[in-house]
Write a protein of this length. Structure first.
Length: 133
């Protein structure tokens, strides 16, 4: 899971901030394993706890220069989708397709975040810090 940088003129400093954002890479790898169904069913509850922690870490460790209102909103959406995934998996006898649908929702939220990050890094845009000064 990576952002496609083909044809994108990203601000070099912002790109470096992004490349050094460990929590993003960690969450990306975890989400990839979940989507590729590499997580054993008996471990899904613990894995969702891990995703909850990692999505909180996304919010708490985002590099300041990437911090825009839109990026924060997308991270919030990811956290909500992880919470929804927990609710779905905790239902007794839940149909596997419901879990799959919720994983898709989470992946879509992640893709929205990627698009917003790419946009933020290309427009050399104003961040929340800029807006508040």
């Amino acid at each position: 899971y990576e952002i496609d940088w083909e044809g994108v003129e990203a601000d070099e400093e912002l790109k470096m901030d992004f490349d050094n954002w460990v929590a993003y890479r960690t969450f990306s790898e975890s989400l990839s394993k979940l989507e590729l169904k590499e997580v054993p069913e008996e471990e899904i509850t613990d894995y969702i706890t891990q995703l909850e922690e990692e999505s909180t870490s996304l919010e708490n460790t985002i590099p300041e220069r990437l911090l825009t209102e839109e990026v924060m909103e997308d991270i919030k959406d990811i956290r909500e989708e992880v919470a929804d995934l927990r609710r779905v998996t905790e239902q007794p006898g839940v149909d596997e397709s419901k879990i799959g649908n919720q994983v898709e929702e989470l992946v879509e939220a992640y893709q929205d975040l990627n698009e917003e990050l790419k946009e933020t890094m290309t427009k050399k845009g104003s961040t929340l810090l800029d807006d508040n000064q």
